[in-house]
Design a protein around this ligand. Structure first.
Ligand code: ADP
Ligand code: MG
Length: 330
């Protein structure tokens, strides 16, 4: 209960995109390498299938309870969060606002299970034959909340938000095979083993990214000799005529896109020194840091964070950019 109080009420399911984000993040936490998303936005329905480690029947019975998480057990764990989820609120919240059905088989189990929830309550539990992994179906989202439904943006706008979530998750978790369907038509696909440098042009479709540079560096963690960290940097210059989103500068920390305005400014400034004035850089920086250096609790949506030793990271990022630009000037 103490831990529960520490965990800010965060994961609010307020849109289709929020459901997609939570389900896909669970697949990533389960170490899936293949994720299929099937979206039927007009029916308020979607399905996420993964080949991750799956759930036991005990997990399946508990996973939609309030604060049910297998990822955090005590107060100490809050300071070393490595998973995307940790509050144990997503499935619980989804089960309150939609029909939730889960098929799952843990890799070590011989049989799989199907459970169904209605209005948050477990109503079905049966044995099923499935491959190891998990299939989660969410249907009739917000059916009991017509006011919420009406308050949401148009279907097209919601689809854009979903697309954005999927793009971000794909970019921050390279190597995953993606199959995303919308109304049973292919919508976004990534073949196995793609790198961030290969994924970025898929996401920024309208931009002709010819000379992307990629750099991966081990970086020293201030005041710690043992801690291992690295940064991955993809930078480039789109075509001269490119005018849309002049500031496509994104930062991810440990698999999550974050807002770190100070570090974004560092990137913009150091690139500005090196590129012609009429061309706008594109940059994706991914920091992999020991989790105790990151404080995710700045904001419930986990998009704004505090980074310890920020000036040191600014310095290291500046050096990395200069290095990338000397290796192959753009
Ligand atoms: P959290 O991700 O914060 O732990 P969720 O409500 O998102 O909470 O999920 C509850 C639990 O259900 C997870 O901790 C995990 O044990 C299990 N779970 C959910 N989705 C999956 C999945 N796709 N594969 C394996 N386990 C899952
Ligand atoms: Mg989760």
């Amino acid at each position: 209960p103490d831990v529960i109080n520490l965990i800010a009420a965060g994961e609010v399911i307020d849109s289709l995109a929020a459901v997609v984000r939570e389900l896909v993040e669970n697949s990533l936490d389960a170490e899936a390498t293949r994720i299929t998303v099937s979206l039927m936005p007009n029916l308020w329905q979607l399905q996420v299938t993964d080949n991750g480690k799956g759930m036991s029947v005990e997990d399946l019975r508990l996973c939609a309870n309030a604060h049910s998480t297998s990822k955090i057990r005590d107060r100490q764990d809050l300071w070393k969060i490595n998973s995307l989820g940790f509050r144990g609120e997503a499935l619980h919240s989804i089960a309150q606002v939609a029909e939730l059905e889960i098929f799952s088989r843990a890799a070590i189990d011989e049989i799989g299970w199907r459970v169904a929830y209605q209005e948050g309550k477990l109503v079905t539990e049966e044995i099923v034959a499935i491959a190891s992994g998990t299939i989660i179906t969410v249907a009739n989202l917000f059916a009991s909340l017509p006011v919420r439904r009406r308050a949401l943006p148009s279907v097209n706008q919601q689809i854009k938000l979903v697309q954005n979530i999927i793009h971000q998750l794909a970019l921050t978790h390279p190597g995953i095979t993606w199959q995303v369907w919308q109304n049973q038509k292919p919508w976004f696909n990534l073949s196995p083993g793609m790198t961030a440098k290969e994924i970025l042009p898929q996401i920024l479709k309208r931009v002709n990214l010819t000379d992307l540079q990629f750099l991966k560096l081990d970086v020293a963690v201030p005041e710690e000799s043992e801690a291992k960290s690295n940064l991955e940097l993809v930078i480039g210059l789109p075509d001269r005529c490119h005018r849309h989103r002049p500031d496509w500068v994104k930062i991810a920390v440990n698999g999550r896109i974050v807002r770190l305005p100070e570090l974004e400014q560092t990137i913009i400034t150091s690139m500005a020194k090196n590129v012609p004035r009429d061309r706008y850089p594109v940059s994706f920086l991914h920091l992999h840091l020991p989790s105790h250096l990151v404080d995710w609790n700045r904001h419930p949506a986990k998009t704004e964070i505090y980074l310890h030793y920020l000036p040191d990271w600014q310095e290291q990022v500046t050096q990395a950019i200069e290095k990338a630009l000397t290796i192959t000037p753009i």
